[in-house]
Write a protein that binds this ligand. Sequence first.
Ligand code: UDP
Ligand code: MG
Length: 322
Amino acid sequence: MAGQDIQISIIVPLFNEEQVIQESYERIKRVIEHTGKAYEIIFVNDGSTDKTEELANKICNNDSHVKLLSFSRNFGHQMAITAGMDHACGMAVIVIDADLQDPPEVIIEMIKEWENGYDVVYGKRIKRKGETFFKKATASIFYRVLKHMTDVEIPVDTGDFRLIDRNVCNYLKSLPERNRYVRGLISWLGFKQTGVEFIREERFAGETKYSLKKMMKFSADAITSFSYKPLKIATFLGTTVSILSFVYLIIILYKKLLTHITISGESFIIAACLLMNGLVLIVLGIIGEYIGRIYDESKGRPLYIIKDKEGYDNVTEDKSND
Ligand code: UDP
Ligand code: MG
C-alpha cells in the first residue's frame, strides 16, 4: 500500500510481550477495520528477549497492513514510540500500549475528535484497574509534581495513548532531544488538543515492563526536560542554609566575645556539618542530572538502532542515522 494512501498509523511498542501480542493485534485490527479507513500497524520490538520478535514477524508476514521495526537492544518505551513515529505514513498517528491496558475501542472516539478538527487527542485515565497501590500513588504524585514544576500545560493522568495529526508528528520528528518525554513534547508543541476519558484496564497478561529503575529515569527525564525548578530549589536551599549559618556564627561570636557564656557542643557542630554536606551533595546531584543530560545530547548519537525492518518494500529514510 502506498504510504500516502494511509490514513491511520497505529504504533505498538513491544518489550517482551509474547503473551499479549496476538490478542492485542486481533483487537486493534478489529477496531480499525471497523472504521473503514486505510491503516497500518507498526510494531516496534524494543529489544525483546522472548518470542515477541518471532510472533511479530509471523503476524507481519501474514498481514500486509502490519510493519515491524526491531531494535538492536532495549532502548526504552519512549524511543520505541519515536521510531514508530519516524516511520509512520498516516495522516493521523496513534500510539497504544501492547498490553491492552489502553482499550483499542477508544481509538474510534479519538478518530472522531480528530475529524472534528483536533490535532491531538489524548486518552485521559479516569480510573486505573489492576495496578498496585504503589504504581498508582507514584504515578499520581509524579503527574502533579510535574504540573507544578513546569509552565508547559501537560495534562495530568494521561499516558502516551493518544492520536496526533500528521502535522504534529512532523514537528515532533524535528525535535532532536535524546532524553525524550514524548507526551510532554506533544504538549509543548501546542496545537488544538482535547482528551477522551477512558478506564485503564488491567494488563491482559504478563507483568509491567516498567521497572522501578525505568520509572525513575522516566520521571527524571520528564522533570529535567520541562523544568529548571529543581535547580532553583537547589539555589534556594543553598542560600537559606548559608544565611542561617551566618546568623548562627554571629550569635556564637557575640556570646564568645561579649558575654561570659562558654560555647561547647561538639555534637551539635558535627550535626551541622553533616547537614551542610548532605545539602551540598543534594545540590551537586541535581546539577549532575542536568549536566549528564547535556553530555548525552552533545554526543549526538542516534536515538535508536534498528536491526531489522519488515513490511517495508522501499526502505524509508531512517532518521536514527541522521
Ligand atoms: N515497553 C517498551 N520498552 C520498554 C518498556 C515497555 O517498548 O523498555 C512497552 C511495553 O511493551 C508496553 C508499553 O511499553 O507496550 C507500556 O509498558 P508497560 O505496560 O509495561 O508499562 P505500564 O503500563 O506498567 O506503565
Ligand atoms: Mg501497561
